[in-house]
Design a protein around this ligand. Structure first.
Ligand SMILES: Cc1ncc(COP(=O)(O)O)c(C=O)c1O
Length: 417
């Protein structure tokens, strides 16, 4: 399709756009485990109305749009409170988990350069830490030192201890990590960071808007937030289990002093004094306003209610998988993330990638990951009311697949073109 010489009517354009979506996953049917987080009709309505109101606003210049300064400050403040930030905890909104992580890594590098004169920075992280840390290392010229995980899939902190030195600027923990959904030993990781005067980032992109509510529901949640001494930055995504539409995450620093290391300031430009807290220049006000509206609409009680049904659904899914000979859940996460793999202790061999193909035929979508070969689910309110049907289809798919192996073993998790 080429760009038209003369423009087309709005109705024509919209009809074509709608037709393009025919082959997209139907997340509104609850059959995707991740990617889109549906907080229900009220949440959708408030987000859409806020989005329409702020579709055109630009948060680059909050002097021109003071409402966006306030919105950012409110969402950051509420998040800091949820994560037990002490007085003075400060942060910014970013476009998503990756950008929050990039900002946390950049701030750690700047801090180490200024406070300790580190010129050849390295960061220490586990193989389970999100790929965004490697992206940050690539962009900001930082060596990555990767430790393995323990049999329970948490970061091997003893191995991490062997990797830190005087040039370590950042030590990373996850709450929870994405692949198996377990929370790392954050107190040990933060203590390790402190021992070498490095920053400690907790990646709570997945957990930031879930663990505080799971804790209120009485779940056993290992310590991970600002209550842990030595944690300097936390990333928490409102656009995941915070149920805001895509494009919004929070990066928090324990103090305003530490936050300074994130901001870029340039005052030798013909365009004037330029200050920008994160990686974007112009920034849409839409996701920020939508996040503000969703958080106000749900309130703490709303989030607790959503977390309760997510936990019930995830628990039912884990129990259903455990009953199928040949399958098991990796790790003992106990929250919203589930990785399903062939059970090595069973005589029944199931190729989970063949299983994924059989599930796709029944319109169920998982992300595929390796090693080990496993199917990943992020259970959210999107999946409310479908778990029984899913488990019934899973049992049928297991029977159908038998011992066959999928030809396509790609775990591509990306936009490559
Ligand atoms: C633990 C964790 N960290 C970071 C990210 C990256 O977030 P985003 O995709 O919003 O950039 C994800 C995404 O799934 C994640 O699960």
């Amino acid at each position: 399709m080429s760009m038209p010489t003369s423009g087309r009517s709005i109705d024509d354009v919209m009809a074509d756009l709608a037709a393009k979506r025919d082959h997209d996953v139907r997340w509104e049917d609850g059959r995707t485990f991740g990617m889109v987080y549906d907080g229900g009709p009220g949440v959708k309505e408030v987000a859409e109305r806020a989005a329409a109101m702020y579709l055109h606003e630009n948060a680059l210049n909050t002097m021109a749009f003071p409402s966006l300064r306030e919105i950012q400050s409110d969402v950051v403040g509420w998040t800091a409170e949820l994560l037990h930030g002490p007085e003075g905890t400060a942060g910014f909104l970013t476009s998503g988990g990756t950008e929050s992580i990039l900002c946390g890594v950049k701030a750690a590098r700047e801090r180490a350069r200024k406070e300790r004169g580190v010129g050849q920075p390295n960061m220490v992280l586990a193989s389970s830490a999100h790929a965004a840390f490697h992206k940050a290392a690539h962009l900001f010229g930082i060596e990555t030192r990767v430790a393995p995980v323990r049999p329970d899939w948490t970061a091997d902190v003893d191995a991490m201890t062997q990797l830190v030195d005087d040039n370590t600027v950042l030590v990373v923990g996850s709450a929870p990590q994405y692949p198996q959904g377990v929370i790392d030993d954050i107190p040990a990781i933060a203590a390790l960071a402190t021992s070498v005067r490095a920053s400690c980032h907790v990646d709570a992109c997945m957990g930031g808007f879930f663990l505080p509510f799971a804790e209120r529901l009485g779940r056993d949640v290992a310590p991970w937030d600002f209550r842990v001494d030595g944690v300097t930055t936390i990333s928490a995504d409102v656009h995941k289990l915070g149920y805001a539409p895509k494009g919004v995450s929070v990066i928090l620093h324990r103090t305003k002093e530490l936050r300074k290391y994130q901001t870029f300031v340039f005052d030798d430009w013909l365009g004037g004094f330029y200050a920008s807290p994160n990686l974007q220049g112009s920034r849409s006000g839409l996701p920020m306003a939508a996040a503000w509206a969703v958080m106000q609409h749900l309130g703490i009680d709303g989030y607790v209610g959503l977390a309760q049904s997510v936990l019930a659904n995830a628990d039912a899914m884990r129990a259903g998988i455990a009953e199928i000979d040949g399958l098991h859940v990796l790790g003992d996460g106990g929250f919203q993330l589930i990785a399903m793999a062939n059970d090595p202790e069973s005589d029944v061999e199931i190729d989970v990638f063949a299983l994924a193909d059989a599930l796709v035929k029944r319109r169920w979508y998982h992300d595929r990951q390796t090693p080990p070969d496993s199917l990943h689910s992020t259970v959210s309110n999107t999946n409310d009311g479908v778990i029984e049907e899913y488990l019934a289809d899973l049992r049928l798919a297991v029977g159908e697949v038998g011992t066959s192996r999928a030809a396509n073993r790609s775990t591509t998790y990306a936009t490559l073109e």
